[in-house]
Design a protein around this ligand. Structure first.
Ligand SMILES: Nc1ncnc2c1ncn2[C@@H]1O[C@H](COP(=O)(O)OP(=O)(O)O)[C@@H](O)[C@H]1O
Ligand SMILES: N[C@@H](CC(=O)OP(=O)(O)O)C(=O)O
Length: 539
């Protein structure tokens, strides 16, 4: 490819997504140190989530969902109080941060109008006692509208020409592929859907004059079946990804309050180190198993378009962050994959020794786990037994994180929190129709994640020996089908001890402390792992 055609791949766009807690706590830093700065040399599109002042569980989206629940239960006063909390919080925020009077007054008016609209909708729900997925989506969309109205005002207040773009009606007139056999629900998230959605978002942005920063609501919907049901919380990552694809962006940046992806949660493991890069599969596994770095649906969209994802820190914008990208595909605008063939003359002397430095990439833990064991009463054939168990779980929307099964016995690790108590008890009662059920509470899943674990022999053995040496009992064991995840369930009280021991012995000093039990299968002649190399050389 000529350099001319390479440069034509440079669209100039960078899509920046800011999470709810970042918008809540660091909005000025985002506007001045990040968007304004990047906008000097790139075209920036901003995607925001609903504002959270402290944690996501106390944020605007959570409050909106709570107000909907209260309305269905006919608790009019409570739902109105919850909406008032949202309104007061946003008005206070506008008064605190927007200096220009007319920008501030407009923002407060828009905020009140949006909340009033939600209130009208919930009044109706209160009367009929139910809410459709579409209405719930509409209510949820208010969070992203409010935060983007605010960020747009804040950018303009700081001399960045920004324009609010509401994506909450963008899906209404998508064409569906009439040749497809899929149901409406399945169709909503198929490649055809994503292609049209990314084009529509890009069209909206391209309507703006050059130099204007679009501020897009991370809520895009309503998706048939409901955004909450089909994508789940954290949907703004996916929205930013689809936007990046539509704009053919050079990079998708997901801004958080952490420097990037670490070898373990830095709050729990003090020796955790920042990883320069991880693959999309690793990022998805880490997210599923407790390190919520990025929504797992995000990766496919951008990686297919060969756009790298960078995780960066709003409090440390100059840091390099972590790149999420496959290590065997060249990025958009690059001729070769990240590990091009190397000439033997240029290889360092210890090249082949370093091959042995491949180790798991990260260790992670997921809390609020219970293990449910079902011993079949043998009234159904074994295939019927499993079908019944899964049918029950499906009916109650219970997600199984790990499973191990024989013909007549199933053990499942499921997420259980006090808030889900009612539906959890219903699931257990229903499962009792198919056999004896016992439940162990207060557990956590600990997982080792890494693409090189496919080629490593002995990781599972080392993992379990390390836990045994720490006197930690293992309730359940499972290896993911993609072989890049080994997980086990332990008591929640042992999580910090387990994470630190595994991190220290398998990720920091893998060959000193495990009786050299990590080795490689014959097909391990891959390239040097630059990510780990950097880690190891700095030992
Ligand atoms: N392996 C990991 N690497 C980085 N952060 C991790 C990891 N595991 C867990 N975390 C935690 O995930 C959180 C993600 O960052 P944060 O910006 O707070 O999330 P959000 O964008 O959802 O508000 C951090 O608080 C961090 O402690
Ligand atoms: N506001 C939504 C969507 C979202 O993506 O949130 P965040 O970017 O803060 O994870 C939620 O809380 O689920």
């Amino acid at each position: 490819m000529s350099s001319a055609s390479l440069s034509s791949l440079n669209s100039g766009w960078i899509v920046q997504k800011f999470g709810g807690t970042s918008v809540g706590k660091f909005s000025k830093e985002i506007a001045i140190n990040i968007v304004k700065k990047y906008n000097e040399n790139n075209s920036i599109a901003v995607v925001c989530s609903a504002r959270s002042t402290q944690t996501k569980s106390e944020g605007t989206t959570t409050r909106l969902l709570l107000s909907a629940e209260l309305a269905i239960d006919d608790k009019e006063e409570e739902f109105k109080n919850t909406l008032k909390l949202i309104k007061d919080d946003h008005i206070k925020n506008a008064n605190l941060n927007i200096n220009d009077k007319s920008l501030r007054d407009d923002l407060i008016d828009d905020t009140i109008n949006e909340i009033n609209e939600v209130e009208r909708l919930l009044d109706a729900c209160c009367i009929i006692g139910e809410i459709s997925p579409k209405s719930l989506d509409t209510i949820m969309s208010c969070g992203e509208k409010l935060s983007c109205l605010f960020m747009t005002a804040l950018l303009n207040d700081n001399n960045v020409n920004a324009k609010y773009i509401n994506l909450s009606n963008i899906i209404n007139d998508l064409d569906y592929d009439n040749n497809s056999n899929l149901t409406n629900n399945e169709r909503s998230l198929d490649p055809f859907f994503y292609k049209q959605l990314s084009k529509k978002i890009a069209d909206e942005i391209n309507k703006l004059d050059y130099g204007i920063v679009p501020v897009l609501t991370g809520f895009f919907g309503p998706v048939p079946g409901g955004l909450l049901n089909s994508v789940g919380r954290g949907y703004t990552d996916l929205c930013a990804a689809v936007c990046a694809v539509g704009l053919f962006a050079n990079e998708l940046q997901i801004w958080k309050e952490v420097d990037g992806i670490f070898t373990a949660d830095p709050r729990k493991v003090k020796s955790a180190r920042l990883l320069k890069s991880v693959t999309p599969d690793e990022a998805a596994e880490l997210t599923y198993y407790g390190s919520e770095v990025i929504h797992p649906f995000t990766m496919e969209q951008v990686i297919n378009a060969r756009i790298p994802i960078r995780i960066k820190n709003v409090i440390n914008p100059n840091g390099e962050g972590t790149i999420i990208y496959p290590d065997n595909i060249s990025k958009k605008g690059e001729l070769t994959p990240p590990h091009p063939p190397v000439s033997l003359d240029t290889l360092p002397k210890d090249y082949f020794n370093k091959q042995k430095l491949k180790i798991p990439t990260a260790v992670t833990a997921k809390s609020d786990i219970s293990v449910v064991n079902i011993h079949s009463n043998k009234k159904t054939l074994s295939h019927g037994f499993l079908a019944n168990v899964f049918g029950t779980l499906d009916k109650h929307k219970t997600v199984v994180d790990l499973i191990s099964t024989s013909e007549v016995h199933v053990s499942m690790a499921v997420n259980y929190t006090k808030e889900r108590r009612k539906s959890f008890i219903m699931v257990i009662e229903e499962l009792k129709k198919y056999g004896a059920v016992d439940v162990t509470y207060d557990l956590s899943i600990v997982s080792l994640v890494g693409i090189h674990m496919k080629q490593l022999i002995g990781t599972a053995g080392s993992m379990f020996k390390i836990l045994a040496d720490e006197q930690i009992n293992i309730e359940m064991i499972s290896q993911g089908a993609n072989e890049i995840n080994i997980s086990c369930v332990i008591s929640k009280d042992n999580v910090i001890k387990a994470l630190n021991a595994l991190h220290d012995k398998l990720l920091l000093h893998p060959f000193q402390n495990t009786n050299k039990c990590l080795s490689f299968s014959n097909d391990s002649n891959g390239p040097i792992d630059h990510r780990i190399e950097e880690l190891r050389l700095s030992e």
